[in-house]
Every structure is written in structure tokens, then in C-alpha cells.
Design a protein around this ligand. Structure first.
Ligand SMILES: [Zn+2]
Length: 167
């Protein structure tokens, strides 16, 4: 007894498409004679009938309800992602980047180099009040540089934290 037939595919297609076109007499005779194709046609017709029955009785949900549910889901997703904490790896990498930026600015900026050499010159004759007055005069001379530096130190971490929290 064989469990396959070379005309199985043809039989299956013919049964599935029987509403669009009629099954040829040749294939109809083969299905009646061949046990494999006979079983296949019976099972395929049952599945096809069940599928058509399901399609005819299926109730589609209201479009407005689907839209509201998708809006609610998107809002919940946004709330979840906004509440997600910044990971430790992001904080460490950000700290390393800020440290590198600070080292680069310190090593390349003439203002920082001048401040360091000025501090070295002042150190032997260090008088606390005179030192504070001289330091404030130094900062007042270079107020724009210190304002930009303070802005970078405050604004860049704030911007990065804001950008990461929006992910
Ligand atoms: Zn057959």
C-alpha cells in the first residue's frame, strides 16, 4: 500500500479552488479510484468548509476601538521608556567622556596653562587674603572663559541626561 500519489498536489489545488473552477473529469475519476487522493480530497474539503464558515461568521472589531487601543498602548510605551533609569554603563561612559574633555581642555587651553603658572609663581609668598583677591582678579580678567567653562560643565551633562531620558 502506498502513502503518496504523484497527483496529490493537483488534487489539493483542485479541491481548494473548486469554487472558482470545476474539477476536471479526469481528476474526478482519479480521486474516486485513488485511496490517497480520496482521503486528501475529503480532509481538504472539510478544512476548506471550516475556513469558509469561520470567515463568514467572523466579527471584526470596531475601527475606533482599535485606534483607541493603539493610542493607549503607545502612550503606555512612552511612559515606560521615559521612566527607564539611566544605566550604570551610560553613566560610566559619560563620566569618562567628560573626564577626557576636561583633560583635553586643561592641556590645550592657554587660559588654564596661564592659571597654573600663575599659581606656581604665587605659591612661595602665599598670603590667604592676597591670594583670594588675586584669584578673583584673575577670574574677573578672564570672565568669559570661565563663563563658557561653567556653561559646558553644567549644560552638557544636563543635555546628555535629557537626551538619554527621552529614549
Ligand atoms: Zn492519487
Amino acid at each position: 500500500m502506498t502513502h503518496s500519489c504523484p497527483r496529490e498536489t493537483e488534487t489539493l489545488q483542485a479541491v481548494e479552488c473548486r469554487s472558482q473552477r470545476t474539477i476536471s473529469d479526469d481528476l474526478r475519476l482519479h480521486i474516486a479510484a485513488c485511496p490517497v487522493c480520496s482521503d486528501l480530497a475529503t480532509v481538504a474539503a472539510a478544512f476548506d468548509g471550516a475556513r469558509n464558515n469561520l470567515i463568514a461568521t467572523a466579527a471584526l472589531p470596531d475601527a475606533g476601538r482599535v485606534w483607541r487601543q493603539s493610542q493607549l498602548r503607545a502612550r503606555q510605551q512612552a511612559i515606560r521608556s521615559a521612566g527607564r533609569p539611566i544605566t550604570a554603563a551610560q553613566l560610566v561612559s559619560f563620566g569618562a567622556a567628560m573626564g577626557l574633555l576636561g583633560a583635553y581642555v586643561g592641556a590645550t587651553s592657554t587660559g588654564v596653562q596661564a592659571a597654573l603658572s600663575w599659581l606656581q609663581r604665587q605659591s612661595p609668598t602665599l598670603d590667604s587674603l592676597a591670594w583670594a583677591a588675586a584669584a578673583s582678579a584673575f577670574v574677573a580678567d578672564r570672565w568669559l572663559y570661565f563663563a563658557v567653562l561653567a556653561g559646558v560643565v553644567v549644560l552638557v551633562p544636563t543635555a546628555v541626561c535629557w537626551a538619554l531620558s527621552r529614549e
